[in-house]
Design a protein around this ligand. Structure first.
Ligand code: GTP
Ligand code: GTP
Ligand code: MG
Ligand code: MG
Lengths: 294, 278
């Protein structure tokens, strides 16, 4: 673990009254290693280590902590602060319906989390409508309809012949007619470099004017997280992140990468396949810090 | 200090390391590779960065080629089990494999072994209809073992060449789900002694270091015979393949290059490494 490695580093360097620049640099090699193993993007690691080095050098070694504990504390604090605030609320439009759109790479967990969000909102007394805007993936609509049925939430779909922006336009009209105050749009997975599909996404945004544009990111994603998040953010102006599959053992360093490249808040963590209470957690940075540091 | 004279200096090595780390090769594998190449460079007295990079290419190709085993299809039906974490691309890969076998005039049947996830059977059935192959399924909530049993019966009785079995995505950290996978593999084995003849582990090209843990766990639970790397049409380089190949000592056989049934390539180590450096 990182604390073991840091203890080994400081043992070699011996006890001192202040953290010298060399001590800190030696310790930072271990921090850098831990973060890279956790899949934090290389550039983000560099910036993070530079920031922590600056904070740590010259710090008075606390009487209650060993130097390695001191460095870990600084690293943890910095990680918590970078990962962002806990419990940033979902938009709640003054003129309903509030429109939420889920976007992201293939297989990230969008369809599953559209249903989880709908359940979460219903538990809060809202009246959500799910919209099946993925006309490409075989049985994608059946999947969302099945999940909606499981939790008794209506799903608006038009099959696969209509174009997603048109489906969404009519879904909004339907939501208003049915007095649904939340509309959750499930979109098809797409590569951030797929020009046609990224343009389609921008078209959906134009039509739907979503109050929330959430990027759904799989916790096991590696270095590419930065490029993916950056491009989605440029095309769709994200308002939040949902970080999924953290019930696995992926370290999840991508959370730091995505957060630092977009500046957008992580709003939810996905922790389970089932659509039930407990598989969608409201974000708390501490929830990710220990696993990222290993 | 610059170990080499001229242009092949520490900066060159740093840049090469960065490139590998950013391609998800991982710090340990990168360090190993660079160490090996530096030694070769030293012994051969290489001065040019381009030559050093070429040696790095070769060492990387070697890691992958060391695991290369020719694909053999000697029994009928040839039973293929497809496994991997959630959303990696298993079901889509199966459609692509079915299409490939059909193209070679082989008779194929698919088994909808994911009886857990919403619309998983429908998804495979839709693919089966598009590709033109039958699908044995029992819908959501059924017993995966029963589906697999039925499918193998159908394969034998209808003289199929290949039966490809889809399984539910599962996070390898979930012990009970991995045990379920071992159970499924044992059911296949009891039904037909050398089956499954292939167990394909599906890995998403965007996967980071967790990919090694996935490979380890799936290999232990189901005796993975080969790896398929999907979504290589994105910007990810699939660099985790090197650590995976070394960890489970199995070849990468297939590469997913898109969402259509024709978006399947046979793995070629040189092409893969070239693309990583592109
Ligand atoms: N364990 C676990 N599995 C999840 C989680 N979220 C989604 N999954 C699973 O991941 C797989 C992919 O989820 P989907 O919701 O279909 O992903 P998607 O982003 O809609 O996929 P595309 O529409 O193909 O782009 C499914 O097997 C889900 O059950 C999670 O938080 N934990
Ligand atoms: N771009 C691209 N997308 C792919 C590729 N392979 C699969 N996909 C997409 O990835 C998503 C997930 O594919 P699935 O085949 O459902 O994955 P899976 O492993 O069966 O998922 P679960 O059964 O839920 O665990 C779908 O949207 C596929 O179209 C590929 O090679 N390239
Ligand atoms: Mg989906
Ligand atoms: Mg599947």
């Amino acid at each position: 673990s990182l604390s073991d490695r840091l203890q080994a580093v400081f043992k070699k360097l011996g006890g001192k009254g202040r953290l010298s620049e060399e001590d800190v640099r030696e310790a930072m090699k271990q921090v850098r290693l831990a973060l890279l193993e956790a899949d934090v993007n290389l550039q983000v690691v560099r910036e993070f280590v530079a920031k922590v080095t600056e904070r740590a050098v010259g710090e008075e070694v606390s009487r209650s902590l060993t130097p390695s504990q001191q460095v870990i504390k600084i690293v943890r604090d910095e990680l918590v602060s970078l990962l962002g605030e806990a419990e940033v609320p979902l938009a709640d439009a003054t003129l309903p319906p509030t429109v939420i759109m889920l976007v992201g790479l293939q297989g990230a967990g969008k369809t599953t989390h559209a249903a989880k969000l709908a359940l979460h909102l219903r538990k809060k007394g809202k009246r959500p409508l799910l919209v099946a805007a993925d006309v490409y993936r075989p049985a994608a609509i059946a999947q969302l309809e099945s999940l909606g049925k499981q939790v008794n939430i209506p799903v608006y779909s038009e099959g696969t012949t209509a174009k997603p922006p048109e489906i969404v336009a009519r879904a909004l009209a339907h939501a208003r007619a049915e007095h649904c105050n939340y509309v959750i749009i499930d979109t098809a997975g797409r590569l951030q470099v797929d020009e046609v599909l990224m343009t389609e996404l921008a078209d959906i945004v134009t039509v739907a004017q979503p109050h929330e544009r959430l990027l759904v990111v799989d916790a096991m994603i590696g270095q590419e997280a930065v490029r993916v998040a950056d491009e989605f953010n440029k095309r769709v102006a994200l308002s939040g992140i949902i970080f999924t599959k953290i019930d696995g053992d992926a370290r999840g360093g991508a959370a730091l990468s995505v957060r630092s490249v977009t500046g957008v808040p992580i709003k939810f963590l996905g922790t389970g396949e089932k659509i039930e209470v407990g598989t969608l957690e409201v974000f708390h940075p501490e929830r990710l810090v220990s696993r990222i540091l290993g | 200090a610059a170990l080499f004279g001229g242009a092949l200096n520490a900066q060159v090595w740093d840049d090469l390391e960065d490139l590998l780390v950013q391609a998800d090769v991982g710090v340990n594998t990168t360090t190993e590779l660079v160490k090996r190449v530096k030694e070769r460079v030293r012994r051969a007295g290489v001065k040019e960065p381009a030559e050093a990079q070429q040696m790095l290419h070769e060492e990387m190709v070697k890691i992958l080629m060391d695991q290369d085993v020719p694909l053999s299809q000697t029994t009928k039906p040839h039973v293929v089990l497809v496994v991997g974490v959630n959303g990696a691309g298993k079901t889509t890969l199966i459609a692509k494999l079915a299409h490939r076998y059909l193209d070679k005039n082989q008779k194929v049947v698919l088994a909808a072994g994911d009886t857990f996830r919403a619309a998983a059977s429908e998804q495979l059935e839709t693919w089966g209809a598009r590709v033109g192959v039958p699908v044995v399924s029992r819908g959501q909530g059924g017993d995966p073992g029963a589906v697999v049993y039925d499918a193998m019966d159908v394969a034998t009785s209808t003289d199929c060449d290949v039966v490809i079995i889809d399984t539910a995505g599962r996070l390898h950290a979930k012990v009970n789900l991995m045990q379920e996978l071992t159970k499924l593999r044992n059911i296949i084995r009891r039904k037909m002694p050398d089956a499954p003849h292939e167990v394909i582990l599906v890995i998403d090209a965007t996967t980071g270091q967790n990919g090694v843990l996935q490979a380890k766990a799936f290999a232990a639970a189901s005796d993975v015979t080969a790896v398929a790397i999907t979504k290589m049409d994105g910007t990810a380089k699939g660099g985790i393949a090197f650590a995976i190949a070394q960890e489970i000592q199995r070849p990468v056989r297939y590469v997913g290059t898109g969402e259509k049934m024709t978006d399947l390539a046979l793995f070629d180590a040189t092409t893969f490494v070239d693309a990583l450096f592109a």
